[in-house]
Design a protein. Structure first.
Length: 384
């Protein structure tokens, strides 16, 4: 499909190389199988993680400790191409790099960084991020998971929910209330008292591992705490990192849906000619491309701001809100172009459409981002 606005012309040579490398990986290793993974509700993380590590995609926007140290736009381009394969694949990479590796890299001790980051960058260790709880999603300040000092150790109790990679992780970055405020803890998943049952019966993100985390008197050494941050600033900064990947990634999902719709409209014949030759179908395709191009330009602009070191959380909220909404609209319209075939896994559209229902909610619901923008624009806090 032709990129009428030639948006990718603004990418530099390294960014285009990353684009083409990740696209080839997705074409060869993901697209032939992901429909079956989705139907069977499996994701071969242990098989794929070392390959993703070898490609330099895990923690790629971080520097040192075996990480690739790319710029933010390169990371965004990679997320776009990964999510053109499946949102579950991009979620795995986002959680590993932006939610599990980033807090260790940003707030961890040298010992924590040296122990975990090289393994995670290589895909030899898998991480997860424990913030959301069964009763506290949009308002993490009310979390009940609690860590109490016991001599030089910490005793961790509580539960987390909707945790990507939870039951396959080797290490969890867990946020908990303490007498000092909210702190982050690096928790090896082999620690006694830790458990992570997988959540089943999902109708979205089926090619992704989603779990609950339970902590039953989990004893951690003093060295487990992230020493460089106290309070919600820590987990919220991680969410901003991950949301940046999302606002790029959903452009890939939207593009995949539009490409499927265009291809189908060119070959599906009704009333004596391809349905792409009818005005109503062309109107749908034209509006889908307008939405895709606008989302692409938003992602590219926010990537430029992040590379310049001036990207603000409110701007990330704008990108996450606008681009996920655009991608979901495109997926739904593409499904209508495919008619009855739009609900089968022979085409990628219904898979992307149901996945995007989860992406709409996680890393901040639509309502949370709307209120974030409202506060930025009015100066008035509507959260409380």
């Amino acid at each position: 499909m032709d990129d009428l606005l030639r948006i990718d012309d603004r990418l530099d040579g390294d960014q285009r190389l990353i684009r083409d490398t990740v696209k080839s990986f997705v074409d060869d290793r993901i697209l032939p199988y992901v429909g079956d993974w989705f139907e069977e509700a499996v994701f071969p993380a242990r098989e794929l993680a070392p390959v993703l590590g070898e490609l330099g995609l895990l923690g790629m926007h971080l520097s040192g400790y075996g990480c690739a140290g790319t710029d933010a736009t390169s990371y965004g381009v990679a997320c776009r191409e990964l999510e053109a394969g499946d949102s579950g694949l991009r979620s795995f990479v986002s959680v590993q790099g932006s939610l599990a590796m980033f807090p260790i890299w940003k707030y961890g001790s040298e010992e924590q960084k040296s122990e975990w980051l090289p393994q995670m960058a290589a895909g030899q260790a898998i991480g997860c991020f424990g913030l959301t709880e069964p009763d506290h999603g949009s308002d993490p300040s009310g979390m009940r998971t609690y860590a109490k000092k016991d001599g030089s150790d910490w005793i961790l109790n509580g539960a987390k929910m909707w945790i990507t990679n939870g039951s396959i992780a080797d290490v969890a970055v867990v946020w908990a209330q303490t007498d000092e405020g909210i702190r982050g803890f690096v928790v090896p998943t082999t620690t006694p008292g830790f458990s992570a049952p997988e959540i089943h019966k999902k109708l979205s993100l089926r090619a992704s591992v989603t779990s609950s985390l339970y902590f039953d008197d989990v004893r951690l050494p003093g060295s487990a705490v992230l020493p460089e941050v106290v309070g919600l600033r820590g987990p919220l900064s991680c969410l901003s990192e991950a949301r940046f990947g999302i606002l790029w990634g959903v452009v890939g999902a939207a593009r995949a849906c539009l490409e499927a719709a265009v291809s189908y409209a060119q070959s599906r014949v009704q009333f004596g000619k391809p349905i792409g030759g009818f005005q109503l179908t062309q109107e749908k395709i034209a509006w889908m491309y307008v939405g895709l191009a606008q989302a692409s330009l938003t992602a590219l602009h926010l990537g430029s701001l992040k590379d310049a070191g001036v990207l603000r959380p409110q701007q990330v909220s704008f990108g996450k809100l606008a681009n996920v909404r655009a991608a979901l609209d495109i997926a739904r319209e593409a499904r209508s172009v495919l008619g009855g075939n739009g609900i089968t896994l022979e085409y990628p559209v219904i898979r992307h459409m149901t996945n995007l229902e989860s992406v709409l909610t996680y890393e901040g619901t639509q309502e949370i981002h709307l209120l974030t923008l409202g506060k930025a624009l009015t100066g008035l806090d509507a959260f409380r």
